[in-house]
Design a protein around this ligand. Structure first.
Ligand SMILES: NC(=O)c1ccc[n+]([C@@H]2O[C@H](COP(=O)([O-])OP(=O)(O)OC[C@H]3O[C@@H](n4cnc5c(N)ncnc54)[C@H](O)[C@@H]3O)[C@@H](O)[C@H]2O)c1
Length: 271
């Protein structure tokens, strides 16, 4: 078990969507303090204002894709809040729904650096100290798109496949070290937070942010290695392994409709 109670919990991307909800849940479950890292200053301020009645909450503006900024904020966070016990790498972006031939270099680099490199750099900053204390938990929010090669989200899918591979590899390293530090990898289907506004889902229901956040917090507390949400996603790789590609593509892509989910994507519209 990883107790949230009494621990310092850091959530990147904690000022919006599921990151914001999990922050509230961390405080409700008795976290010693909630530390929010996000790039959106206005959302950080409103989240801190709303949550301060629930417990100790600190917000830091940081671009997680800027390694120097991350290193500085790590030092500031530890000085002001003490050791970080639980990290939830949740900050993420999806740049567009264009096919790969229309992607810009900027969007490719931005997506990979925020979704993939940043969780690694952030974990690398905290993990050695967690291993030394033999205490800590890092949870990485990947995506179901890291298990199925959805069209019109090739760069996003690549960024999340990489997170799954990296995160699960470190989990095994920790096990081999006999460390009590844990890694949890989460792969949710579409969640109704605004990030993927416009997507259509024929078969699987689009997930609700509140219950999805609760499932992730429970997965951390129960030291789950990997959690696909919904549970059916755990069978994706099995199906890929036993079915010829053309049949897999037809069943999941066309019949279930996953390969058309991004056709009407708009993303979160600026107010
Ligand atoms: N919404 C979905 O359908 C869905 C599905 C599967 C996985 N996910 C993943 O879950 C995570 C949270 O998604 P969400 O739906 O809550 O999204 P969201 O857009 O509501 O929240 C993402 C947060 O990350 C922050 N952020 C973005 N770039 C940043 C940067 N460079 N530095 C610091 N913070 C930055 C944003 O300001 C925002 O507060 C993401 O990693 C996303 O890829 C989302």
């Amino acid at each position: 078990m990883t107790k949230i109670k009494g621990n310092n919990v850091l959530i990147t991307g904690g000022a919006s969507g599921i990151g914001r909800i999990m922050g509230r849940m961390a405080l409700e479950r008795g976290a010693k303090s909630l530390i929010i890292w996000d790039i959106n200053e206005a959302n950080i301020a409103s989240t801190v204002e709303e949550y301060k009645k629930l417990g100790t909450v600190k917000g830091y503006k940081v671009d997680v894709s800027n390694t120097q900024q991350v290193q500085e904020i790590v030092a500031q966070t530890e000085k002001e809040c003490g050791n970080v016990d639980i990290v939830i790498n949740c900050a993420g972006i999806v740049a567009n729904n264009e096919t790969f031939d229309k992607q810009s270099i900027r969007d490719i680099e931005r997506t990979i650096s925020i979704n993939t490199t940043a969780p690694m750099i952030i974990a690398q900053q905290f993990l050695p100290k967690m291993i030394e204390r033999n205490h800590g938990h890092i949870c990485n929010i990947a995506s179901a798109a890291g298990m199925i090669s959805n069209p019109r989200m090739s760069v996003y899918a690549a960024s999340k496949w990489a997170v799954i591979g990296w995160s699960d590899s470190v989990r095994i390293e920790l096990k081999q070290m006999k460390s009590k530090v844990r890694f949890t990898t989460i792969a949710p289907y579409f969640i109704n937070t605004g990030m993927f506004d416009g997507v259509k889902s024929r078969f699987f229901k689009i997930l609700k942010p509140e219950p999805t956040s609760k499932k992730i917090m429970n997965a951390i507390e129960r030291n789950r290695n990997f959690k696909g949400i919904p549970f059916g996603y755990h069978f994706i790789r099995f199906c890929q392994a036993i079915l010829p590609t053309s049949i897999f593509d037809y069943i999941f892509g066309e019949f279930v409709g996953i390969f058309h989910a991004m056709d009407n994507f708009t993303g979160r519209q600026k107010k």
